[in-house]
Design a binder for this molecule. Structure first.
Ligand SMILES: Nc1ncnc2c1ncn2[C@@H]1O[C@H](COP(=O)(O)OP(=O)(O)OP(=O)(O)O)[C@@H](O)[C@H]1O
Ligand SMILES: [Mg+2]
Length: 838
């Protein structure tokens, strides 16, 4: 077996093992061009079409077959380019967000990317961390893991030395260390993640989209079969009938749908990055848009987190000048090293400022023992020995916790604490016990209080107003005192309907707590577990819950929330637990993120409504016309070209602007609405097409090339221009301004369609130039059609979105798997290292 766990592996040994067993990854996030291309070609329709075109090239119409080939290649290229770009965006996100484990390498504790772990590595685990591999525990102190991601069991499981902490589970209590026994795909977690496939999780929205595509597949199948048989009955050549019906089927199916969704998400993530919001998984943007309740911690979100020591006072309230026996000195002696907690940092800062006038120096005291600050106990204590050899336990922490351990607390000190709390100060009590040789935290003497200030952040009021306007309820979960939290709420204009303190929450069972949630704005003096419990109970009530926090004490709640949001400068367990990382801790950018999520949703719906309303209608008309006309209303290649141009005009929809009123509430996918939309607007647009046919045949007596050219232009113009009406619920539609990109794209496409019949290669496409009289007719038909859609769309105005939980299955596995994915860069790095190691 391997050498003792105490020193772990060296980096070279680890690299050698890794060369053999591979990285600790459960999936890969590399954008692979071949895979993306394969996805574009996966459609059986396209393959059938290409086969038919090839056959026709050899036995029949050569130009038509070539044109079909070119158009199919163009649309595959279009889909490929867009989807590949989106995949690259995902890849870039991953490279931003590596997660690190604490591992012993060559006897020293270092941080390494989780995917670099190998069997034999000795790893340390702490509260809130995701277990980075299967780890056989050598030591464990009060250690518990939440294994629900593997077992579904939500109660934490106790782990003792000899047990295995399982990859992907979350440490809910205690600390532990042990040796990695299995990594990556060899773990249970790896097996589950692998079973879900390489690609990211489908959101509820994407599931809805898939159902919707399923619906269209049926429409397409029915249409194709119908068109094919009628065309055969009408005596058209088999190959023509086949090509035509396949082209219609291609026209009906929204091939670009997946592309539009991923492009929307990628565009959204780029915009958010500019706003200093990083999303770890693209789909998290959509989750952001659904947020209904936001829990947030207090420090740094609502306050400036510029915590400064305002004053130190003796128990009777007189100021401490900073002498050797005052609370200030004791507080400094009890502070954890810089960087541990904001309060201690403020103490270090204050000491630095006041250094010159001190007759004592902390260096003159020797630290014999220490219990660092812990969010559960809300206290820190040390045992120190001064130059004279005198020993002293110093305890500092939340006044409730410290005063409970003092032997006699004067009534005036309690009143003093109450008063300071009411003023909104962050307050810490300091108490000492002299003479003992070991650390004793009872029968203390109160030395005084340290009063810290942490002013509200400017701009918070405005951010809260925005969130309220977005329908998001904000609640505070803080380890601080209730009076401080409510005082702050008053200052920043957050109406407080109710306050619950940790002790009271402890006494409530889940049902009672669930009942209390709606009326409670402030949860104070809550422990890390309580934060997570509150988030969990709020979620089980059916609302989408986000949690914003940056401390070690926030990690559990971040894991539990639908959307975990942390801050770049926060504790690393918090950052690892989050889906969204803010580069600046600011509620305002969060509102931007929520808006972005909803914008993407709204734009995708636009694309769907467009596809069903006009595209399907057009294809339907073509099918119907082929049954009554003596010739094909459009050649198969023209159907495809028409569809390609239409698709191209739709590609800018992800960048379109969305009306404010549509962003005000989270929206839910409503298949019913889309179906109704299709049933009303499909026939409506077909009616106009059929009227156009009648005019072309009866009034203008057109020959096939002119007939096809006229209808090509009319159908392209109606189906693309209608976007300006469908994209907004406002009437008249011009009260909503579309994005310039959309206007340009649609304009260019319509112009191109209009120009085609006059192009030198028009006859190759089977089109003839359109005379002015027919152009005029097209314009009239177009205007009447658009006007009618404008009127009818009002009927679709208010459809209350169904609410309720919608997170798809395996959401948590996908989310937990994010850090364990391997990208190009990381793999190369690993190879380079193992090469140099050998
Ligand atoms: N370094 C420290 N030493 C002693 N006591 C501390 C220290 N840091 C915090 N406390 C006490 O513990 C309480 C809870 O702090 P904690 O950091 O758990 O709150 P929190 O939930 O992070 O608060 P917030 O919501 O404001 O971020 C504080 O109000 C304070 O009384
Ligand atoms: Mg905090």
């Amino acid at each position: 077996m391997k050498e003792p766990a105490a020193t772990g592996l060296t980096d070279e040994q680890a690299a050698a093992v890794r060369a053999k067993v591979g990285p600790n990854a459960v999936r890969s996030h590399r954008a692979r061009p071949v895979a993306v291309l394969a996805r574009q070609l996966r459609s059986p329709l396209l393959i059938l079409l290409l086969v038919a075109a090839t056959v026709s090239f050899f036995v029949g119409e050569r130009t038509d077959a070539v044109v079909i080939g070119v158009i199919v290649a163009l649309s595959v290229g279009l889909g490929f380019a867009n989807e590949y770009r989106a995949e690259r965006a995902v890849e870039a996100l991953h490279e931003h967000m590596r997660s690190r484990a604490r591992v012993l390498r060559g006897g020293t504790l270092v941080e390494r990317d989780v995917i670099d772990l190998v069997p034999g590595d000795v790893v340390q685990l702490r509260l809130g961390a995701v277990v980075p591999a299967d780890i056989e525990l050598a030591e464990a102190r009060d250690f518990e893991c939440d294994e629900s991601v593997l077992t579904g069991e939500s109660l934490p499981v106790r782990k003792n030395p000899g047990d295995t902490a399982l990859m992907g589970t979350v440490v809910t209590a205690g600390t532990a260390a042990g040796t990695v026994s299995q990594t990556g795909a060899g773990t249970a977690f790896g097996a589950i993640a692998a079973g879900l496939g390489e690609r990211h999780a489908e959101t509820a929205f994407q599931i809805g989209l898939r159902r919707f595509s399923g619906l269209l597949v049926w429409v397409a199948a029915a249409l194709t079969a119908g068109v094919f048989t009628t065309n055969l009955i009408m005596g058209r050549p088999l190959l023509d009938a086949m090509l035509f019906s396949l082209a219609i089927a291609v026209g009906v199916t929204p091939q670009l749908l997946p592309v539009v969704v991923t492009t929307s998400l990628a565009t959204g993530s780029r915009r958010l990055t500019r706003l200093k919001v990083l999303v770890k998984r693209l789909v998290a943007i959509e989750d952001l848009g659904d947020v209904e309740v936001l829990f947030t911690d207090k420090t740094g979100t609502l306050t400036q987190a510029k915590i400064a020591l305002r004053q130190a006072v003796f128990p009777d309230g007189t100021p401490d000048p900073g002498g050797a026996d005052g609370p200030f000195r004791f507080g400094v002696l009890c502070a954890d090293p810089p960087g541990s907690t904001p309060l201690d940092d403020a103490l270090h800062e204050a000491m630095h400022d006041a250094r010159a006038m001190r007759e004592w120096a902390p260096e003159n005291c020797r630290r014999i023992d220490a219990k660092p600050f812990d969010h559960e106990r809300r206290m820190a204590s040390v045992l120190v020995e001064d130059l004279a050899g005198e020993t002293r336990t110093i305890v500092k922490g939340a006044p409730e916790a410290v005063l409970a351990r003092c032997r006699a607390v004067p009534e005036e000190s309690r009143r003093l604490a109450e008063r300071l709390f009411a003023e909104g100060a962050r307050l810490v009590a300091v108490a000492v016990r002299q003479g003992e040789r070991e650390l004793v935290e009872s029968d203390l003497d109160l030395a005084g209080f340290l009063v810290f200030s942490d002013p509200p952040k400017p701009g918070v009021e405005h951010a809260l107003e925005r969130l309220a306007a977005l329908g998001v309820t904000v609640k505070i979960l803080t380890g601080d005192h209730p009076a401080v939290a409510t005082g702050l709420c008053e200052k920043i204009g957050l109406p407080v309907t109710g306050v619950l303190a940790g002790e009271e929450i402890e006494r409530l069972d889940d049902a009672a707590l669930a009942d209390a949630l709606p009326a409670t704005t402030v949860f104070a003096r809550v422990s890390p577990e309580q934060k997570a419990r509150i988030v969990g109970i709020q979620r089980s009530g059916g609302l989408d819950v986000a949690y914003l926090g940056d401390g070690v004490n926030d990690a559990l709640a971040l894991h539990r929330a639908d959307v975990g949001i942390s801050v770049d400068t926060g504790a690393d367990v918090a950052r690892d637990a989050a889906d969204v990382v803010l580069l600046e801790k600011d509620l305002g950018v969060l509102a931007d993120g929520i808006v972005e999520g909803r914008r993407i949703f709204a734009n995708t719906i636009k694309y769907l409504l467009m596809g069903t309303a006009s595209n399907v209608g057009n294809m339907f008309s073509a099918a119907a016309a082929s049954a009554v006309l003596p010739f094909l209303p459009m050649l198969p290649s023209q159907v495809l070209l028409n569809n390609l141009l239409y698709d191209a005009s739709q590609l800018t929809i992800p960048a379109d602007a969305v009306d404010g009123e549509q962003l005000a509430r989270p929206a839910r996918f409503d298949l019913g609405l889309i179906r109704r939309f299709m049933l009303v607007f499909g026939p409506l647009s077909s009616m106009f097409d059929l009227a156009m046919f009648a005019l072309l045949l009866r009034v203008f007596h057109t020959a096939p090339p002119l007939f096809r050219a006229a209808w090509f232009v009319e159908s392209l113009a109606t189906q693309t221009l209608v976007i300006f009406i469908v994209r907004t619920r406002r009437t008249p539609f011009w009260r909503s301004r579309p994005a310039t990109a959309l206007v340009i794209a649609v304009g260019v496409v319509v112009a191109a369609g209009l120009a085609l019949p006059y192009a030198p290669f028009a006859s190759d496409l089977g089109l003839a130039p359109i005379p002015p009289a027919i152009l005029g007719t097209i314009a009239v038909v177009l205007i009447v059609y658009l006007a009618l859609v404008e009127v009818v769309k009002r009927r679709f105005r208010t459809v209350p979105a169904p609410r309720g939980r919608h997170l798809p299955p395996h959401h948590h596995v996908h989310r937990r798997a994010t850090p364990f994915s391997r990208g190009l860069r990381v793999v190369r790095h690993g190879l380079a290292r193992s090469a140099s190691g050998s």
